[in-house]
Ligand binder design. Structure first.
Ligand SMILES: *Cc1c(COP(=O)(O)O)cnc(C)c1O
Length: 372
């Protein structure tokens, strides 16, 4: 029985009504030899973080963690050039997003976001009894600003670079949204390190802008669950209330502090590598007659017909990428996480074989192009 089936059959009379349609998250991530579905860091853990992890004293485990991760806020504040009271942490940025929705949304309030975007956002909205409206992006993969504002949301969520497209929303657009939107603007920067641009400066101009970030992607620490957000003190205090104390484990906080203080060179080096390989992967897809979207993240998204079948055929060859069926203006698409080139070569070989099997017409075009 899949988690979905359990959720469907085990409805309890005592369950909250708003939870009736909340699915358990199931991104179909069955173990596979090469997993390029979740955009985590395929180069591993930064060296200082790994050393701290190995040397941790038992007392770190037996005692309770800090209440609100003051040490991590201090380390992040020094790195980002903000004050510690402008930061809130959480068990992954998922937890920060969820806590923020709970902090600012009264039951029934609206959350709006562009489509496509991060799959967890409508789930967090539902989990908090909020109404969710998705607004399809424009044909050139930018936000439909007028349509988003017209939904009059209490919370407006923007992901940049956007997951799953990789497209970056310009700072000017974000500033315009922050100016006109009367509620909270949540800017999810899970992949900002790979874009080399950030909206953090907007939190100084606007007291309703919350920039949410994570150590799960560029920092290679997804399993430890470390996320944070930046905003004006009054704003982050509300998120902190909703998050509650003791949310970050002692282990996670120690490792995160070490990574922020001493692993930045490693992180930057691997971000640069990921960016260069991202362009190499995009070029390889173009050479095969596909049209990857411009990406500011550590993944590449390209329209691929029959994406679910192609994904399954790749999985049968030991490689997983993430299919996104029927995206607006894009159609079926595959999202490829970027990692070391030998892994991407293996991925491309599986992709070629899958295309030959599922889309023989496309494969013929590719071969004709290659021999021309
Ligand atoms: C991966 C991802 C996150 C979150 O991750 P955590 O591991 O919970 O920090 C948040 N937003 C987007 C858009 C992501 O892709």
């Amino acid at each position: 029985m899949s988690p979905h089936d359990v959720a469907r059959t085990a409805r309890l009379a005592v369950a909250r009504a708003v939870y009736a349609d909340v699915p358990l998250y199931d991104p179909k991530r069955a173990p596979v030899e090469l997993d390029l579905t979740d955009n985590t860091n395929l180069w591993g853990v930064p060296p200082t973080a790994e050393r701290v992890l190995r040397e941790v004293a038992p007392s770190v485990i037996t005692r309770y963690p800090s209440l609100y991760a003051a040490d991590l806020k201090q380390a992040l504040a020094e790195w980002l050039g903000v004050s510690p009271d402008m930061l809130v942490t959480g068990a992954g940025s998922d937890d920060v997003l969820d806590s923020a929705m709970r902090a600012f949304g009264d039951p029934g309030d609206r959350v709006a976001a562009s489509i496509p975007t991060f799959a967890m956002v409508p789930i967090f909205a539902q989990m908090n009894g909020l109404a969710y409206t998705g607004v399809p992006e424009t044909a050139d993969h930018t936000l439909d600003v007028e349509a988003l504002l017209a939904t009059q949301p209490k919370i407006l969520y923007v992901c940049t670079p956007n997951n799953p497209t990789g497209c970056v929303t310009p700072l000017a657009t974000l500033r315009a949204l922050a100016t006109r939107h009367t509620g909270v603007l949540m800017i999810d920067e899970a992949y900002a390190e790979f874009a080399g641009v950030s909206a953090v400066q907007l939190v100084r101009e606007f007291d309703r802008v919350l920039v949410v970030r994570t150590m799960s992607k560029a920092f290679g620490l997804a399993g430890l669950r470390i996320g944070y957000a930046i905003g004006q003190p009054a704003l982050v205090t509300e998120v902190e209330k909703s998050r509650g104390p003791y949310k970050l484990t002692s282990l996670a906080e120690r490792v995160a502090v070490a990574a922020v203080r001493d692993d930045m060179a490693w992180v930057q080096e691997h971000v640069a590598l990921a960016v260069s390989l991202r362009e190499q992967l995009a070029e390889a897809l173009r050479a095969r007659g596909f049209a990857p979207l411009p990406s500011g993240a550590n993944f590449v998204c390209a329209a691929v017909p029959e994406c679910v079948a192609v994904g399954q055929a790749m999985r049968a060859r030991g490689v997983a990428v993430r299919p996104f069926p029927a995206l607006p203006h894009i159609g079926d698409a595959l999202r490829f996480s970027v990692g070391p080139w030998p892994l991407l070569e293996r991925c491309l070989a599986a992709f070629d074989a899958a295309v030959a099997e599922v889309l023989p017409d496309r494969a013929a075009v590719v071969n004709a192009g290659a021999s021309a």
